[in-house]
Write a new protein. Structure first.
Length: 343
C-alpha cells in the first residue's frame, strides 16, 4: 500500500509503515496539510494489523524537520484570523499527543536539523534515532515565540535547570548531547542508516538497533551542568542574566557567549517561556499541550511574534525591534495574565 501528498509520502513494506517528509524548500517545515496527512496516516495504521512499526524520516539530507510553518501562522495572525492560528496549533499538538500515545513502535530517524515542531514529531515517540549530523533545538525565543509542541513537558523533565537553559537560549544540541539527555534514544552513524532501515524492514526494530546502534562521542552539555544550574535556577530571567554577568570571568567564555545570545532574544518571550517551563514541571504532556495551546495563540497576537519572524525568516536582517525592548520593561502581571485569562 502506498499513497502520497504534496509533501508527505507514505508506504507500507514488510509491516513497516513509512512516513517520508519531503518539503525541501522549507526544510520540511510542517504546514497544516503535512500535519493532517501524518495524523490521518497514523490513525489508519494504528488499528491496521498489516502495520507493526512506524518509521518517520526525511527525504532530504540537510534536515529532519526545521519546525512548524510559522510564516503561515504569522500571516494568519496579521490578518486577524485567530481561528486559523488556533486550528494550526491545535492540530499540530493533537498530532504530538497521538505520537506520544501510539500503541506501536514509532521510530523517528533524525539525520540533520530538528527544531521546534520537528521535535514534536520525534521526541514524543518511542524510538528517537540520531546520527552524527543531527542538530536539535527549540529556538523560539529568538523569534518572539515560546517553545511549544510539548516542550514545556520534555524540557522541564531534563536534569536540573538544563531545560530552562535550552528553552531560553535555543542552544543547539549535538547527537551526543541529545542521547545523554534522553531526548534521543539511540545513535546510528549516518553511513549505516540504509542498512539500519533494511534490517528494520527485514527483521524488527530491536534487531536493527542491535546490529547498528553505536556509542556516540562524548557530549558536552552535562559537563556544564553545575554552571547551568547555578545560573538558570534563578527566580527570574533578569536574575539569570545577572548571574551570567557575574560568571563572565570564566576561562572558556560560556557565560559571555550565553549572555550575548540572551540579550538578542525577545524579553517578553523569555519571560513567558520561563513561566511556561516552570508550570510544565509535574504536569502531564496532555496538560502541557493544553496550556501551550492557550499561550501560543495569545503569543501569536503579540508584536514580538510578527517582528521576530520578519527579522529572522522574512527580511532576514536579524535586527528585530522588541516590545518591550528590555526585561525591565516586562510587566510581571502581564506575564501572569497570559496564563490566567481566557483566549
Amino acid at each position: 500500500m502506498s499513497s502520497s501528498s504534496q509533501f508527505v509520502q507514505t508506504r507500507v513494506e514488510h509491516g513497516v509503515g513509512e512516513i517520508l517528509l519531503d518539503r525541501p524548500t522549507a526544510l520540511n517545515a510542517l504546514d497544516i496539510g503535512m500535519i493532517r496527512d501524518m495524523h490521518d496516516t497514523l490513525m489508519a495504521w494504528r488499528d491496521d494489523d498489516a502495520v507493526h512499526t512506524v518509521l518517520v524520516r526525511s527525504a532530504i539530507p540537510k534536515a529532519f524537520c526545521a519546525g512548524g510553518d510559522i510564516r503561515a501562522v504569522r500571516e494568519a495572525g496579521l490578518g486577524g484570523d485567530t481561528e486559523a492560528v488556533w486550528g494550526y496549533f491545535s492540530e499540530e499538538y493533537r498530532l504530538d499527543q497521538l505520537i506520544a500515545d501510539y500503541p506501536k513502535p514509532y521510530v523517528a530517524v533524525i539525520d540533520g536539523v530538528a527544531m521546534g515542531g520537528g521535535l514534536g514529531i520525534s521526541v514524543h515517540g518511542a524510538f528517537r534515532v540520531v546520527t552524527e549530523r543531527a542538530v536539535l533545538a527549540m529556538p523560539e525565543t529568538a523569534i518572539g515565540f515560546i517553545p511549544d509542541v510539548g516542550a514545556s513537558h520534555f524540557l522541564s523533565n531534563l536534569p536540573g535547570s538544563i531545560g530552562m537553559y535550552l528553552g531560553l537560549t535555543g542552544t543547539r544540541l549535538t547527537a551526543a548531547d541529545a542521547v545523554e539527555l534522553g531526548l534521543a534514544t539511540h545513535y546510528v552513524p549516518s553511513l549505516e542508516l540504509d542498512d539500519f532501515i533494511a534490517d528494520l524492514l527485514a527483521e524488527d526494530i530491536d534487531t536493527a538497533l542491535a546490529n547498528h546502534m553505536r556509542l556516540p562521542p562524548a557530549g558536552a552539555i552535562l559537563d556544564r551542568r553545575e554552571r547551568i544550574d547555578a545560573v538558570f535556577s534563578a527566580d527570574t530571567v533578569g536574575g539569570m542574566l545577572d548571574r551570567l554577568v557575574d560568571e563572565k570571568g570564566d576561562d572558556d567564555g560560556w557565560a559571555a557567549e550565553t549572555l550575548a545570545a540572551l540579550v538578542k532574544h525577545s524579553p517578553w518571550s523569555m519571560s513567558v517561556t520561563a513561566e511556561l517551563i516552570r508550570q510544565g514541571s509535574g504536569s502531564t504532556l496532555e496538560h502541557c499541550l493544553g496550556r501551550e495551546l492557550r499561550v501560543a495563540v495569545k503569543m501569536s497576537r503579540c508584536p514580538d511574534f510578527a517582528e521576530g519572524i520578519r527579522a529572522v525568516l522574512v527580511d532576514k536582517d536579524h535586527a528585530p525591534t522588541w516590545d518591550p525592548a528590555t526585561l525591565s520593561g516586562v510587566d510581571p502581571e502581564a506575564v501572569r495574565e497570559v496564563f490566567s485569562t481566557p483566549i
